[in-house]
Each structure stands twice: as structure tokens, then as C-alpha cells.
Design a protein around this ligand. Sequence first.
Ligand code: SF4
Length: 404
Amino acid sequence: MSTPLEVIFKNYTAELNKAASDDNIQLALFRAVKSYRDNTRSALERFPHTVQLAEEVLEIKKESIKRMDELVAQARESIEANNGKTYFAKTRDDALKLASDIIGTGKIVVKGKSILGEELEVREHLIEKGNEVWESDLGEFILQLRHDRPMHIVSPSIHVPREQVAKVFTEFFGRPIEPDIAKEVAAVKEFLRNKYFTADFGMSGANVVAADTGAIVIIENEGNVRICTGVPPVHVALVGIEKVVPTFQEAMKVAEVTWRYANYTVPGYINIISGPSKTGDIEKVTTYGAHGPGEFHVIFVDNGRTKMAQEDLFRQGLYCLRCGGCMYECPVFQQVAGYFGYRYLGGIGAIWTAFVAGGLENAAPLVYTCLRCGRCVERCPVGIDVPSMIIELRRKIVAVGYSA
Ligand code: SF4
């Protein structure tokens, strides 16, 4: 009879081996790594101040995580002063309950990409509660139809080539869709347009939040987040408590470093949202619910982050900007993509899995997959020392009596 940990390792190893011999993954990753490196090199050459800015961002994150509780309280006050509503979820269950209490049942929800959403499995939960939920990010939409999980935090469907996309779309839309990327994009655009304008709720994550103004910043390229957060009558944002920084100017610095190391000179859209839409155009009387949403709900989620902040070595894990750069440089990730992961991916994902999404048991295979080569540290804009944390996690795994 196998122990639960043996089952986890066995399944994980089988997936990893399958991924390592999957030609689609190898080809997709080869192209993605090359393009990431080329784009990041030219983005940093064009905006050389980014390297210095990243050092500033590290200091901002250190200070912010030290003051996490205080900054979350300040952000909540600011958002409420802007006529938004805020909530605090200690656990995953609390977060899901809050989301489903706000949304209810029988509703249409359009959703932007959110790693916290993946952590909580919020889409699955809301569907289970009787709602129709659509991922609006193209990569996430593909994964939703494939019942698949993200293989990269910035490019979730990195492992699915156009031929496979065409196959899934042909089946879903019930008409032939050619393996032509422009035509594939157009088919999704047409389908989602109707959903955006009939949706009851728009849902998003956040890249960074400014405590002083309550502004949440969301970086994107497709324009889907802009529509999800601007068109439906209610916007619900899920925010990890590690995302809050003291000021708006600091939030902008974090955002710029994030997108630059995510290989963009500048993203297509930078959304800044601080409350429901409003107008004072008639008699200077402020009225909420103008052209955009009339309600803005922000759920701040802890779910293990405070525990991570309390441990000296692991606190740095909370500095992660989710730029995804480390994954492209990781020699294991380059072979197997996000199969080296659970809800969170790669070496940094092992740390987040242990504390936040999955626990030590699910993190164990990732912890022993990491080669501790340190290439991720070289790439990371905030110099997160994943190899040292991996060693410590191995000690913890042995200390609780697991063995690999
Ligand atoms: S660990 Fe560093 S390189 Fe990796 S996603 Fe986080 S900030 Fe980016």
C-alpha cells in the first residue's frame, strides 16, 4: 500500500517524464525562451534605468512586507473612502466563501488572468456554485476549454501550439477553425464580446496595490482586463496581501519593473482602478455607477502569506513580482514547463506551494526537482535566493518525517 506522499511522487514523476518527451512542449519552450531572452535584452537596453529601479523595488518590497498588516489596513481604508468595499480572507475557504457570497448563483462572470485565482481555484468554485464563468485571457481561455492548467505564469498556454488550439476551438465553436493564429484570436474575440456585455460580474487580480490611494494596478496586453473591469456592473478583485506597497509612486515602480522583466518594453495596457465608476456632472452631486461598474469589491487574501513573512529566510519569497523571468532561465522548466510546479511553478513555485497552495506534501516533489543551480537568482529582478530556501525546505520535509 503506497503512502499519500509516494502517490504524489509517482504521479508527479510520470507527468514529468511525459512532458520531457513531448515534442510540442520542447518546441514551444525553445521558441519561448529565445523570444523571452531577446525581448528582455532589448527592453533593458532601451530602458537601462530598469536595473537600478529593480534595486529600489527590492527595498520597497522589503519595507512593504515588514509592514504588511498595516499597509493592508491602510489600503482597505483608502478603497472604502473611494466607495469600494473590502474584505479580508485568512484562508482559501474564507476567500472562496467571500467571492461566492458576493457573486451568488446563476450569474455570468468574465475573468481576467489571476495567479491568485489559480491558487484558490476560484473559477471551478464559482462554476460549482451554479455560475457561468469565462476566462477572458486568451491563454487561460484555451486552458479552460482543455481542462488544463497553466504552464507559465505570464504565458499560461505556452505549451499548446496553434494546431492543437484549432482542434479545441473547432470542437467548442462547432465549426472549423483553421490553425491560423489571427483566425483563432478572432473566434475567441467574437465569442467573448457577447459575454462581456451580458456579464453580471467582472473579476480580476492585481499586480500591485497602493495603500495611500487604494489604487490597484493591473498590467495586461490583450485589453480583456480593461473590458472585464470596466463593462460589467460589478468588479470583484482578488488581491494577495503581499501586493500592497505604501504609495502610488512606489506601485508604479513595482509595475514598471514587473513588466520589463516580463519582457515588455511597455505593456499594451496599464489599468489603475481605485473605486467604482462615478460622475459629478449633474449639480456636482457624486453618483456611483456611471459608465463603468457601480460596485467595486476587493478581497485581500492571506492564505499562508503571513506565515511566510514570519520566517526570516522565506520572507523573500513574498518579494516575487510574478514576472516569470526565472522560469525561462530554469534548466528544468526549459524541459518540462509548468509540470515542474503545482499551482505555482518552478523553483519559486516550490516555496509558494509549501506555504500557500498545496502544503509541504505537494511541494516535496518540486523541492527535490530543483537543481539549485542558481540561474533563477541571476535573472530575478529582486534577487530572490530560491536555492537557499530549497535546502531549508528539504530540511523541513525530513523533519516532518517525509522522505523522497
Ligand atoms: S522569483 Fe523573481 S524572476 Fe521569478 S517570477 Fe518572481 S520576481 Fe520574477
